[in-house]
Write a protein that binds this ligand. Structure first.
Ligand code: DX5
Ligand code: ZN
Length: 226
């Protein structure tokens, strides 16, 4: 994962494909390929863990066929351990699973690594970072939700900034090396504060794809510094 970081001062930027135009997916994938963005954030929703359905394996494979950057797959599904190998085969570089969906999170993180991917654990806004005390060392990445998962374009939950700082403390305290990724309501203003608080990776959906000039917005988000 470290080799994917072009500069320690710059956040990794992962535009969320959820906000792309699904009828022009290839065009929007090429837009990200040709931009300064680092990863593709791919949101998988099952209508059970979250109150929305997005897309599944065939669409992920189609994205992978065109993407020239790693796929950062965010599984918002129940029993994600059943689909780890499937999404790894579909082209995921990173697979993140929700702590709330995994009674055996330690085992599931190992399973993701055995499938050849980097392993991330995700916390909902209502889940404290302290639940990671005994597992943070097993994660390549911790993803903090700054909205309740399920939909793009929601309002940023302010608590996420302070929570990012607390997660950073925990990672340092446990001598871990997990990257901190933040997802939901990220724009230049919230992004700046998150990066200062310790965020390494920013996900941005509507802010990128609804912009008049997505490439310029991507450049500006990546230029935020610690
Ligand atoms: C929400 C998803 C996010 C979403 C972010 O459940 O996990 O990745 O696409 O969208 P914005 O950036 O519009 O809040
Ligand atoms: Zn996401």
């Amino acid at each position: 994962m470290r080799r994917l970081i072009s500069s320690v001062l710059m956040p990794i930027l992962a535009p969320s494909v959820l906000a792309a135009d699904f009828a022009n997916l290839e065009r929007d994938i090429e837009l990200i390929n040709d931009s300064d963005a680092d990863w593709f954030h791919v949101d998988i929703m099952d209508g059970v863990f979250v109150p929305n359905i997005s897309f599944g394996v065939p669409v992920t494979e189609a994205i992978a066929r065109h993407a020239r950057k790693p796929l950062d797959v965010h599984l918002m599904i129940v029993q994600p351990e059943k689909y780890v190998e499937t999404f790894a085969k579909a082209g995921a570089g990173i697979i993140s699973v929700h702590w709330e969906a995994c009674p055996h999170i330690h085992r599931t993180l190992s399973q993701i690594r055995e499938a050849g991917c980097k392993a991330g654990v995700v916390l909902n806004p209502g889940t404290p970072v302290s639940v990671l005390e005994d597992v943070v060392q097993e994660a390549d990445m911790v993803l903090l939700m700054s909205v309740n998962p399920g939909f793009g374009g929601q309002k940023f939950i302010e608590n996420a900034v302070e929570k990012t700082a607390r997660l950073k403390e925990l990672i340092l305290k446990r001598n871990a090396s997990a990257l901190i990724e933040i997802d939901g309501g990220v724009n230049l203003e919230t992004g700046a504060r998150l990066v200062k608080a310790g965020a390494d990776v920013l996900v941005a959906g509507s802010f990128v794809f609804n912009a008049a000039n997505p490439r310029q917005v991507i450049k500006e988000l990546r230029a935020l510094s610690k």
